[in-house]
Design a protein around this ligand. Sequence first.
Ligand code: HEC
Length: 132
Amino acid sequence: MLKAIFMVISLLSFTAVAQGVTTVDIAQGRAIYATCMGCHSPERHRTGPQHCGLIGRKAGSAVGFDYSLAMQQSDIIWTKKTLDDFLTAPLRVIPGTKMAIAGISNKVDRANLISYLISLNQDAKCQYKEIP
Ligand code: HEC
């Protein structure tokens, strides 16, 4: 069973690499994510919502998190493109959001961070949320 899970994970990382994202990009993105961890964690809600399953979900829709009305009504689906816009200038893209940070001006930093966030959809810590 465990072996099968590892095989799926390595297949998925191979897919990511095939799409031009390297494990180095993801590792650099994880390092930048450290600056998000004051408020976020992949697997649980803190000051900000959890990021497991972020890609493809509607903004403001993670169950059990108290979002601003602005984010709930933003009509955004999180993709590479919408995340890139939002993370450049959160308050410009969603005026009234509770995520009051300046944003990440460096394009490469944003791309690496987004690669990390995408990789979370396949991360074991997101697949097994019941394990503390
Ligand atoms: C000062 C605290 C804080 C920091 C630092 C922070 N966030 Fe947030 N974030 C929030 C809050 C609060 C929300 C909910 C916003 C709302 O409801 O308007 C949020 C929401 C989000 C969302 C929308 C999630 C969803 O479920 O729709 C994303 C994506 C996000 N943050 C990414 C990041 C990333 C990436 C970083 C690091 C660069 C970061 N945040 C840093 C507080 C923070």
